[in-house]
Design a protein around this ligand. Structure first.
Ligand code: GPU
Length: 829
């Protein structure tokens, strides 16, 4: 029908400029236009927040242009696409990231300054989008940035939670959780697509019926809700490509609950209808613990079902034969959370498209790939059969059928090894019968990957050994990465400028391998001077934040020593705190002369504990109790300070990371699948103090042993150490600091008792005692290096220079080539 409307279209083009202009006058006009007509404030009177809103809308307009062009280009080219399914995306703020990727940051900054506004001040007005918990969720966000930048035809799918991750508030040293109703002030970065909706069904029964003489299953659902699309354009850097992150929100469906309307209970029926929205209302705040909650399962199916319908709709727009499906579609499962997609695609192919089991299964085996992010068997998601059977009766049948076929095949291959058959089955027998989502995902995916080399090794030899022995070709490793656009360009503009100056190009922002060029100047005195200046600027910013937040003044000459990440026993924030107590104790017992040799430290700890994770919450309280004691001890002064940074999130990280001299990554070896925080610190020239775990092993390979403070047992030693149990000798220094806590040096001794019990004797599962001396030695080595400014600066430069491998661009490139088999599809300028 375009032909008919051609005349009209030409007239429309004549009325509009082809693209919005980016000169200062056009930008100012645009911002003021949005002040007046979008924000609906007078252009003669508006505050910083309103200015931010107007600015955001002006940026959004430019973003939408590119997004449209990209979607049209993809549609025309019809390339194979990757659909990235993730229940969590931790996007943080968008404004700075978007204008930088669009290449119009400076233009906007100039335009704003002519209006009397400061770009940075307005950028601070934006709230974080915290639709995720931690590393896994932030990884999804970094990967979307790389997918867009590398021109890959990708779509992200997730849930549009109304409440993001809780806000952490500290009261008397205890963590309290407050709701994050982040949409309160509107969200300029999303586009509501009221016409893109799909029905999602739950409950009900499955019956056998005959269709054209063939027996088939018919699912008669008991409840229906509507999924509405909210699109979040993700711009690439140095490209016009702007891809889509489609998040689904639940809305009541007109067919939700016809029954109660018919029975005349109108008001109750409306109230009941409204409950549909609760499906997408809240993000579960538990990092890697699964509680078998129905709402969580509903969330998983809700987003999977809507996404799968969307994918089928797009495919069927241009294709008739399902055999072409694997040539056009790659489905990436970000952990097991979206793994119901396997059963859902199968169900659609069987029950709605009426393919034979054989043909449908053949397609399944070609389209799914699965990334797992955990090391421990307890971390693997299980769903009680009763729960699944009640909510999704047809899916349970399909999973049973998949399992039946699998086990039959398996018997042919390995014989009647019942132990192994039991371990590999999708169904876990026991008091409560469970579906093992990881087994389902491994069996149905063509590729399974861990997130670092060590992690993949552990998958092959432990977690998924049985599967590896069967299908070695399925297993790959993809070391995680983070995007340098967010973690250098946005968060550390001074370092960004410095790198570009010394490399003589900004090309490293797209081509991270160039960063290695900094090595040539690792001992250059001029660079050293400038490098130290940049660190100083960032330390000042962080020190000001600390003072504003806690009233504590910290010395800029001190080493800023940071450990920020979710609070977990295996991440051993407790080891850090014990080390700090030890340091405090040592200083207290020193004479004047020795005190002069102490390297002053500002120890910074931050991170959220899952609301139900008691031990983690005690760690937070202990940190505050120890800080209270140390920071108020006049005898200590600037030699040691301890700060807990509340509500650690993406935007706080953007400020903390560039200001750190040293960062700590203390997981017991073999427990951190990868770790991505460390990569952000590395890129920013912070030295690492770390165990040989997850991705740190690979970092050491890139920057050399001499440039990292490594400590602790290696992964292969951990099991043996644990076996030693009570005969394992713990150092006196360790017992002494634990005793100080037990004796009430920091108060609350009753409250901390269970924490101490967890790390003494046979119960020290994470081996704090065993690693303590080695930890103290690494800390001493860090002190020694820090006083030698030249050496420290060189190590810092080499850290950043060697961080290239940890860009998500490299990771995504590997997925594209070895897992998804997709090609770039670049939108012409
Ligand atoms: N991770 Br499982 C999470 O953040 N949440 C989870 O529920 C699980 C894993 C993390 C890993 O702990 C971390 O090592 C990894 O770098 C990150 O996922 C991304 O792969």
């Amino acid at each position: 029908d375009f032909g008919e409307r051609k005349g009209q279209a030409e007239r429309m083009l004549g009325l509009m400029d082809v693209f919005l202009k980016n000169d200062p006058i056009s930008l100012q006009k645009d911002i003021l236009h949005h002040v007046e007509y979008t924000v609906a404030r007078s252009r003669f009177s508006f505050d910083d927040f309103e200015a931010y809103q107007a600015l955001a809308h002006s940026v959004r307009d430019r973003l939408i242009e590119r997004w449209h062009d990209t979607l049209i280009h993809f549609k025309k080219e019809d390339p194979k696409r990757v659909y990235f399914l993730s229940l969590e995306f931790l996007m943080g703020r968008s404004l700075s990231n978007i204008v930088i990727n669009l290449g119009i940051r400076d233009q906007f900054a100039d335009a704003l300054s002519q209006l009397g506004f400061d770009f940075e001040v307005l950028a601070e007005q934006e709230g974080d989008a915290c639709l995720g918990n931690g590393g896994l969720a932030r990884l999804s966000a970094c990967q979307m940035d790389s997918l867009a930048t590398l021109d890959y035809p990708a779509v992200g799918y997730g849930l549009r939670y109304q409440y993001g991750l809780f806000r952490q508030v500290i009261v008397d040293g205890f963590q309290h959780e407050q709701p994050d109703y982040w949409l309160n002030f509107g969200n300029p970065w999303e586009i509501e697509r009221i016409h893109i909706t799909y029905p999602v069904k739950f409950y009900g029964t499955v019956t056998d019926e005959f269709l054209n003489g063939e027996k088939c299953k018919v699912w008669v659902p008991g409840e229906m809700v509507e999924a509405v699309a909210y699109d979040n354009p993700i711009p690439g850097y140095g490209t016009r490509n702007t891809i889509n992150l489609r998040l689904w929100a639940a809305k009541p469906s007109d067919q939700h609950d016809m029954e109660s309307f018919n029975t005349g209970d109108y008001v109750d029926a409306v109230v009941n209808r409204q409950r549909a929205e609760s499906i997408s209302s809240i993000l579960y705040p538990d990092d890697r613990s699964y509680q078998g909650k129905e709402l969580r399962l509903k969330q998983q199916y809700f987003f999977v079902s809507a996404s799968v319908q969307d994918i089928f709709r797009r495919f069927k727009d241009t294709h008739k034969k399902f055999d072409e499906f694997p040539e056009k579609v790659a489905l990436q499962l970000n952990d097991t959370h979206p793994s119901l997609a396997i059963a859902e695609v199968m169900r659609v192919l069987l029950d709605e498209e009426h393919l034979s089991w054989h043909r449908a299964w053949d397609i399944i085996c070609k389209i799914f790939s699965f990334t797992t992010h955990t090391v421990s068997p307890e971390g693997l998601e299980k769903i009680p059969v009763d729960l699944l059977g009640n909510l999704l009766p047809r899916h349970l049948q399909i999973i049973y059928d998949i399992n039946f076929n699998f086990v039959e095949e398996l018997k042919k291959m390995i014989g009647l090894d019942y132990d192994r058959l039991t371990r590999m089955s999708i169904v876990e027998e026991g008091a409560v019968k469970n579906i093992r989502m990881a087994n389902l995902s491994v069996i149905c995916s063509h590729t399974v990957n861990g997130v670092s080399r060590l992690h993949s090794e552990l998958l092959r030899t432990k977690l998924f050994k049985d599967f590896y022995d069967l299908w070695p070709h399925k297993f790959q490793y993809k070391t995680n990465g983070v995007t340098q656009r967010r973690w250098i360009v946005v968060s550390n503009p001074s370092l960004c400028a410095l790198i570009s100056k010394w490399l003589g190009t900004e090309a490293w922002i797209r081509d991270i391998d160039l960063l290695i060029g900094l090595r040539d100047y690792a001992t250059n005195a001029e660079l050293h001077q400038e490098w130290k200046m940049v660190k100083k600027v960032n330390k000042i910013r962080l020190a000001e934040y600390i003072e504003a937040m806690s009233g504590l003044k910290v010395s800029l000459d001190a080493m800023f020593d940071v450990q920020t990440k979710r609070i977990h026993e295996y991440k051993r924030q407790l080891l850090n705190i014990l080390g700090i107590i030890h340091r405090y104790d040592c200083i207290k017992n020193m004479d004047k002369n020795d005190r002069k040799k102490v390297v002053p430290r500002v120890c910074i700890i931050g991170g959220k504990a899952a609301p139900g994770y008691e031990i983690a919450k005690k760690v937070i309280k202990l940190c505050h109790a120890v800080a209270e004691k140390i920071n108020n001890d006049n005898d200590i002064g600037d030699l040691l300070k301890l700060v807990f940074i509340p509500d650690y999130n993406v935007s706080v990280a953007e400020m903390v990371i560039p200001g750190a001299d040293l960062s700590q990554h203390l997981s017991t070896a073999g427990h951190e699948a990868s770790g991505t925080g460390s990569m952000k610190f590395l890129m920013n020239g912070c030295l690492l103090l770390a165990t040989a775990d997850g991705s740190t092993i690979e970092m050491v390979e890139e920057i050399g042993q001499d440039n990292v403070f490594l400590f602790g047992a290696k992964a292969h030693e951990v099991v043996a150490l644990r076996k030693k149990g009570p005969t394992l000798k713990v150092p006196l220094q360790f017992s002494r600091v634990v005793r100080m806590i037990r004796d009430g040096h920091f108060g609350f001794e009753d409250y901390f008792k269970s924490l101490c019990d967890k790390i003494e004797g046979t119960s020290d599962y994470f081996l704090l005692g065993a690693d303590f001396m080695s930890y103290l030695e690494a800390q001493a080595a860090a002190d020694k290096a820090f006083v030698d400014e030249e050496r420290w600066t060189k190590m810092s430069i080499l850290s950043a220079a060697g961080s290239g491998r940890f860009s998500s661009d490299r990771t995504i490139q590997e997925y594209a080539e070895n897992t998804w088999d997709i090609q770039p599809c670049r939108c012409p300028f």
